[in-house]
Design a protein around this ligand. Sequence first.
Ligand SMILES: [Cu+2]
Length: 296
Amino acid sequence: MTDFVEGAKTTMLMRKRWAAVAAAMPALIAGSGTAQASMGQPTNWQLGFQQSATQVMDNITWFHDFLLWIIAIISLFVLALLLIVFVRFNSRANPTPSKTTHNTLLEVAWTLVPVIILVAIAVPSFKLLFLQLNIPEADVTVKATGKQWYWSYSYPDSKFEFDSLMLKDNERKPDQPRLLAVDNDMVVPVNKVIRVQVIGADVIHAFAVPSFGIKIDAVPGRLNETWFKATREGIYYGQCSELCGKDHAFMPIAVRVVSEKEYATWLEASKKKYAANDAPQATTLASAGLTVRDSQ
Ligand SMILES: [Cu+2]
């Protein structure tokens, strides 16, 4: 019994030391990530997420950091316990083991503490899920159709549709990122709720933009919905996130968030520019010799 109490004292001391290390670790990891991640696209040696541009992504980032603290502390605590067992209770240091089998307080604690931790995780987790899944009333609706291997964006309220294809190396301007820049960006106004309807025309694709915290499958015959409200202007890049065929890596998503005035100008110009595609449900990609018709 004396051994047990002595062990507990050491545990307390070790716990304190490990807590100090644990406190420093996630801050280091998270700190280097935020410093490197740039707006709307990945950067070299990036750790952590891309910079957030929506409330949903702010929440995802917070939740990620919160979980990182919890798992780091738990892992270090378990490691500390294991080390104590190795050092204090091996056959040389502790030749006559204690016969103690039950300790009510300890057993209640190791049942309740994990329950409390899980509840502490579940509350913000469900809050975040509801924020993502409850689509607020939309200001603009854009329908993104995943095709082999490019995206088409249709603006049902304004009745036009266009294709968005990746720029090849010889088509890119120097400031445009490789494998991410496209010929026709999806354009949306800043600080407005954008409802994104997502569907696949041929196989399953997935529409994902990390800075907005959105990722949703584009399934043929099923119209999926998600939303975002970008709080900052800029270009935000994403990629198809469902292995969809040979050019899966070459069908990027580029969303340009602009002021309301610029959006209105773009909308008027686009209505004329894409008037040739005036049947929004059917797209012809002459260059590929391909005609794709949505299931709708
Ligand atoms: Cu795809």
